[in-house]
Design a binder for this molecule. Structure first.
Ligand SMILES: [Zn+2]
Length: 324
């Protein structure tokens, strides 16, 4: 059994967790990360690592490795957070070197979608698979690919797995990344919310606008409620979303022949009405032989996935370096 430290740097929260290689969480600590200064947060990570290990009756030097889960854009090879989209004061923060120097143990830096894939692979719905894909399915769509028993990182910029930004429509909907027709522009939670607000802005009496928790700002929860109530606009949008999800997932099935595809946030929050329509459309987008051997399932770790993200990255680091 190896002790592992996980550091999860999110847009709204930052967390430190102590766990072991069996997936047991021994302690964790979270705090708000909105509008924070990294010069304050980096020492906090170190002090929490010291506190959590002391409370568990061990020392930081007993920990085999730490793993950092961080959003892109980042310089993953050097462990530098370059320009995280939701943390305006975090610019070119060399977090990997800082933690190596201050914790005096080895560790790694991984993008958050890859960490999600590693967490499901080691501790969740991807256990036992040699070939498996994880899709975040949240405000945006991130992906992580495990192929032949290894995390796929790609070449120099280590950016493989940007599955939300494959183009599925020529000259299609504008994506926040700058391209047009990305998968995320059709199925990402933020893109769908913006689309509803735009298309229904002159229809305050529509069911979606009436159900919106915040006036004029419907979200995925609003769409789900209106879809369940058979609102025609919601039903049409839901069917389009399901078709686009099937189109993209079909591409991944033919490209990677995975045993399992694990879907994050929306899939477990919404339930069967999210996955079932995708399964119905999938035969149009991939070969039957590959579809027959691929399961599409929701995340097992659900909202706890962030607690496992950094710990899973640390465990994978040990695995890649032949230490487990
Ligand atoms: Zn895009």
């Amino acid at each position: 059994m190896k002790l592992l430290l996980g550091v999860d740097v999110g847009g709204t929260k930052i967390g430190v967790g102590l766990g072991d290689s069996s997936g047991k969480i021994l302690g964790s600590s979270y705090r708000d990360n909105r509008d924070t200064d990294p010069n304050e947060m980096l020492p906090w990570i170190v002090s929490e690592a010291n506190r959590l290990t002391a409370e568990a009756g061990v020392k930081v030097s007993d920990v085999a490795a730490f793993g950092i889960s961080a959003p892109f854009p980042a310089d993953a090879a050097r462990g530098i957070m370059v320009r995280p989209p939701n943390n305006p004061h975090w610019r070119n923060v060399a977090i990997l070197d800082y933690l190596r120097d201050n914790l005096k143990i080895d560790g790694c830096f991984e993008n958050d979608a890859n960490c999600g894939a590693l967490a499901e692979w080691f501790f969740g719905a991807g256990r036992g698979c040699k070939d498996f894909i994880y899709l975040t399915m949240s405000t945006g769509i991130g992906g992580g690919i495990i192929a032949s028993g290894n995390l796929v990182r790609g070449g120099k910029t280590l950016s493989a797995g940007e599955l939300g930004h494959i183009c599925i429509e020529l000259n299609g909907r504008q994506c926040s990344c700058g391209m047009k027709g990305c998968y995320e522009a059709y199925c990402g939670g933020r893109a769908i919310a913006n689309r509803m607000a735009q298309e229904l802005k002159d229809q305050p009496d529509s069911m979606i606008m009436k159900l919106a928790a915040e006036p004029g700002k419907p979200d995925m929860r609003t769409l789900e409620a209106a879809y369940r109530a058979n609102d025609p606009y919601a039903v049409a949008l839901w069917q389009e979303m399901s078709l686009r999800n099937a189109q993209a997932i079909g591409l991944f099935i033919n490209a990677f022949n995975p045993q399992r595809i694990v879907l994050g946030t929306l899939a477990w929050a919404v339930g069967d009405i999210f996955i079932d329509p995708i399964l119905k459309e999938l035969p149009r987008f991939c070969w039957k032989e590959l579809l027959d051997v691929c399961e599409i399932v929701p995340s097992e770790l659900k909202r706890d996935i962030s607690s496992y993200a950094g710990i899973a990255a640390a465990l994978n680091y040990l695995k890649e370096n032949g230490k487990i």
